[in-house]
Design a protein around this ligand. Structure first.
Ligand code: MG
Length: 257
């Protein structure tokens, strides 16, 4: 009897070890690792630097121009020019703060393919439901063309885009950003995770458990306060999206070591 109890204890320890390692929060560099010399948000340099610091993933934002060229940039406008309403030729010569040109998605993913970091692909909202679905199609086609399907995880605020991403890339991770759907609703729609602002998770602390129970991943943005990073990692966030990825990795590693 005593032996049996011992083996059961040993077995439960063996089972619990990989689970606890798996539950460690991982860090995603928001718009790449850009708060450092020579970098800029959503630049190819920021993607390379995110890979250099070994984060789980590097997030970036994608808009589709009027002539269907996908580009990597955060804001809807660049120097007052609305990206989605103009042709690529109208923005192709514009510089990022580090003097890089605005990257095309093609160039960005081609670089990403050489790296090990996950490509956390935020598809921005477009003007109409049909345009959002089209943006999703253009995105998935490019990911397939470059051959980074296994490295790419999609996130979006737009429900039409999200549903189309799920339909076109059924094996991909697709998480929803907008914070207005419960884990049960997301699961029902086919999302693989939620990716919510930290204030949303503060308002709905029950969503940590609900998401876990449903097998959804929990990513939280954009967490730049070290104490909050610590708190959310302890509460069970799978991913922390942050502008301070080096510090965040340090905080998370101290928690789990
Ligand atoms: Mg983003």
């Amino acid at each position: 009897m005593k032996n049996k109890a011992f083996y059961l204890l040993l077995l439960s320890l063996l089972i619990s070890l990989p689970i606890s390692a798996k539950e460690k929060a991982q860090v995603i560099a928001h718009r790449g690792y850009w708060k450092t010399e020579g970098s800029a948000q959503n630049s190819i340099k920021a993607l390379q630097l995110a890979d250099d610091i070994n984060v789980y993933g590097s997030e970036f934002d994608v808009h589709i121009t009027a002539d269907n060229v996908a580009v990597v940039f955060h804001d809807n406008e660049v120097l007052g020019i609305p990206i989605q309403s103009v042709n690529y030729i109208d923005i192709m010569e514009l510089n990022l703060p580090n003097k890089e040109k605005i990257p095309t998605l093609n160039a960005y993913l081609t670089k990403g393919r050489l790296l090990k970091t996950k490509l956390i692909f935020e598809l921005k909202a477009h003007a109409t439901p049909e345009r959002n679905r089209e943006a999703a199609r253009i995105s998935v086609d490019m990911v397939n063309k470059i051959g980074v399907q296994d490295q790419t995880e999609y996130i979006t605020f737009d429900l039409d885009a999200g549903k189309e991403l799920i339909r076109l890339a059924p094996n991909a991770q697709v998480a929803y950003l907008n914070g207005d759907l419960s884990p049960a609703q997301l699961k029902e729609l086919g999302f693989t995770g939620l990716d919510y602002h930290h204030n949303v998770m503060k308002e709905h602390p029950e969503w940590f458990k609900e998401a876990k129970d449903l097998g959804l991943t929990i990513n939280i943005w954009t967490v730049n306060d070290p104490l909050l990073i610590k708190e959310l990692a302890k509460k069970g966030a799978d991913f922390i999206t942050t502008d301070i990825p080096v510090e965040a990795q340090e905080i998370v590693s101290q928690l789990t070591d």
